[in-house]
Design a protein around this ligand. Structure first.
Ligand code: DC
Length: 215
């Protein structure tokens, strides 16, 4: 089973992705980490995230693993990731690796789940299940604020809200692979749902969709 999970920042993709991965025994890839790694490289080397050449240089030094790192999760790296993610050549350089990840784990796992912005639309258009999470901007900023606070970042709520809005604008309006739900995605608004309720509803959708295939 291949699952594509998309949505804007702070919507709860990571939490849901990890829960689904453990429930269905799937390999899990947070594709935002790849863009964050390039963003971090650009920042640490005094390069410009708006420059396609600088972003591409970052990809050459990218260690293609899905390893999480405290530095990658900061808001400043998230913004840089959103900027480098606008470059077509960079997106293309990451495409093959993401697709390979989805298909390489068949013996070890029951399949894979990838979360990002363009998984259902571009990276895995043939995914068995496509999920698109959405939530009000303020709710997502609140969740992001709590997450960053827990990580020791000292941003105010208003700063986080502005960052979330800026990232939404950039991710949705960019020319290449902008964030939007795939036509056949199951869209779920998580604004008023707990993590458990989100998981429950998505599992129920998956059970229904996979059952349909066997009728
Ligand atoms: O999911 P995240 O917040 O870690 O992602 C960081 C940025 O990376 C996000 O603002 C846009 C970009 N991104 C993307 O363009 N496509 C993806 N599949 C994943 C992330």
């Amino acid at each position: 089973m291949i699952i594509a999970l998309d949505g804007p920042s702070g919507v709860g993709k990571g939490t849901l992705g990890r829960s689904l991965a453990s429930h269905y025994h799937l390999a899990f890839l947070d594709t935002g980490l790849l863009y964050r790694k390039v963003g971090l490289y650009v920042l640490e080397n005094g390069k410009n995230p708006d420059s396609e050449q600088d972003a591409l240089e970052g990809v050459q030094f990218l260690k293609f693993d899905a390893k999480d790192d405290h530095k990658l999760r900061t808001e400043v790296v998230g913004q840089a990731a959103s900027k480098v993610a606008a470059h077509l050549s960079l997106r293309q350089a990451l495409l093959e690796w993401q697709r390979n990840f989805a298909h390489q784990h068949t013996s070890e796992y029951q399949g894979a789940i990838l979360d990002g912005r363009d998984i259902g639309t571009v990276v895995l258009p043939d995914a068995d299940i496509k999920i698109y999470l959405t939530a009000h901007t303020e709710t997502r900023a609140e969740r992001r604020f709590e997450e960053l606070k827990a990580r020791g970042e000292s941003l105010t709520f208003d700063q986080v809200l502005e960052d979330v809005k800026a990232r939404d604008r950039r991710d949705q309006s960019r020319q290449h692979s902008p964030l939007h739900p795939a036509q056949d995605a199951f869209i779920l608004d998580t604004s008023f749902l707990s993590k458990e309720e989100v998981l429950e509803r998505v599992i129920s959708h998956i059970e229904k969709s996979t059952k349909k295939d066997y009728l």
